[in-house]
Ligand binder design. Sequence first.
Ligand code: CA
Length: 192
Amino acid sequence: MKRILMSLLTVCAVAALLGLLGGGTLASFSDSETSAGNTFTAGTLVLEVNGSASASGLSFTLPPAPLLPGKSGQGDIVLRNAGSIDGTLGIAVANLTDIEGTPGDPAPGELSGVLLVSMEYSRDGGAAWTPLASSDGLLSTWNGQTFGPLSLGAGEGLTLRLHWQMPADAAEAAPAMDDTATFDMTFKLDQA
Ligand SMILES: [Ca+2]
């Protein structure tokens, strides 16, 4: 009789290093949701991403400025349990792919091996931030990881903030110039 509902939303983020000429990178969201049919309906478990329970088509720019050596940026994703059942949130990263952007450089590209990333979250609109455990490191270390779980009670929300920074050492950053890295983030809300 125990009922378990899940909501899955997938984010595809693209980070590109565009050298000294400027430009940005794109990330697009798409989602798929599943909820098992069940006769014993006792409540709902709905995960909203940036205000939508069907996040397909949402997008944000990552990063807002060129990724020059030493440059950093951040982006926010708002997650909310819009249902009536307390849940626990897991954040999974998968399908990390490096794409070489400089002819002659060895494939598959070096961006995920030099780009420093971390995540933190706030439950009160940004008044206090808590680092997300194990999220501080090179982008390459995120692949295959699941972060959390974080409690997300019925009606509760949080803001997830992604940080990224290029190494200040130009020689260290140089191999990743013009390279691109893509990855998927899946947000999963389980019944608590
Ligand atoms: Ca390269």
